[in-house]
Design a protein around this ligand. Structure first.
Ligand SMILES: Nc1ncnc2c1ncn2[C@@H]1O[C@H](COP(=O)(O)OP(=O)(O)O)[C@@H](O)[C@H]1O
Ligand SMILES: [Mg+2]
Length: 285
């Protein structure tokens, strides 16, 4: 097994409010290169807080009160993520790790064309590309996520929800990061569009080799797409296993409870395709 890309050790995060909340409690999690790790758990269990901690986007009143996060660089050296600062932190975000947020579809600026928003990623990160090169890269990225390049001139409202989500994924891919964190990226979408986007992500992963941390409350979805699945409950990662082991032999009572809430996953119903309409057409949101 290859060395982990990301190692989260003993991580604890509190919201220092009037009655403090321990949102992440003593979490250990490794992500290896190219792996899809799923993170499931009901709303409020701490999934987004964990994602924001890894990308160092956490803001007050949240406070990291314990643990460490290590990142293995391409040169084999280790970066202490929690002590990154200034330009190093900027470079880490997007170039090493990028994130597709919950509700990312609405994160696009409504008054700018899609193309210029993608190009801004290259400008913001001083990629050294000239204008023509930026435009070419933006077109290439759009095609990568299955959108015709002539859509560069479109405004966000001219695209369907699924297409807007693909644009966000294209932006997350722009600087070729080694880990992409997706926090409920597809929940607002039609199931058919969800499925198309997930297939796209899997294809892109095969092509580019990045790892994915995929967060959702939908355990059934994770069992289909992940190499490994973690289950969170009240800030704790109570179980981590391959989908097979998790389905056959869950070790935690809460996992069994989550599995019971997906009746279609019991018995001999095939997982793949069983929960979706198998159509290649994207539905306009
Ligand atoms: N800004 C905040 N201030 C205080 N508590 C917060 C804040 N954001 C999240 N929390 C609390 O932290 C816990 C975890 O939230 P979150 O990470 O958003 O969970 P999830 O993404 O799994 O739904 C919840 O109990 C939530 O109420
Ligand atoms: Mg969340």
């Amino acid at each position: 097994m290859s060395a982990p890309l990301l190692s989260i050790r003993n991580l604890t995060v509190d919201y220092q409010t009037d009655s403090p909340v321990r949102a992440v409690n003593n979490v250990f999690l490794d992500i290896r290169p190219g792996e899809i790790v799923g993170l499931a758990g009901e709303s409020g269990c701490g999934k987004s807080t964990l994602a924001y901690t890894v990308t160092r986007l956490l803001q007050a009143p949240a406070e990291i009160t314990g643990g460490s996060i290590e990142w293995r660089r391409d040169d084999g050296g280790i970066t202490d993520v929690l002590s990154l600062d200034g330009p190093d932190l900027r470079a880490f975000r997007w170039q090493e790790i990028s994130m597709v947020f919950q509700g990312a579809m609405s994160a696009l600026n409504p008054v700018h064309r899609i193309g210029s928003q993608i190009e801004d990623v290259f400008i913001d990160h001083r990629s050294g590309l000239n204008r023509r090169e930026r435009r070419e890269r933006a077109a290439e990225l759009l095609r990568t996520v299955g959108i015709p390049a002539d859509r560069l001139r479109s405004y966000p409202h001219e695209l369907s929800g699924g297409m807007r989500q693909r644009v966000m994924i294209a932006m997350a891919l722009a600087l070729r990061p080694r880990l992409i964190i997706m926090d409920e990226p597809t929940t607002a979408l039609d199931v058919v569009v969800q499925r198309n986007i997930l297939e796209e992500i899997d294809r892109l992963r095969t092509e580019f080799g990045f790892a994915v941390l995929f967060i959702t409350h939908d355990l059934g979805l994770l069992l289909e797409i992940s190499d490994r699945v973690g289950v969170m409950l009240s800030g704790r990662l109570v179980e981590q296993n391959t989908p097979d082991v998790l389905l056959e032999n869950p070790s935690h009572e809460y996992t069994r409870h989550l599995l019971r809430s997906f009746p279609s996953l019991r018995g001999d119903v095939p997982l793949t395709g069983s929960r979706y309409i198998d159509s290649g057409e994207e539905v306009t949101a």
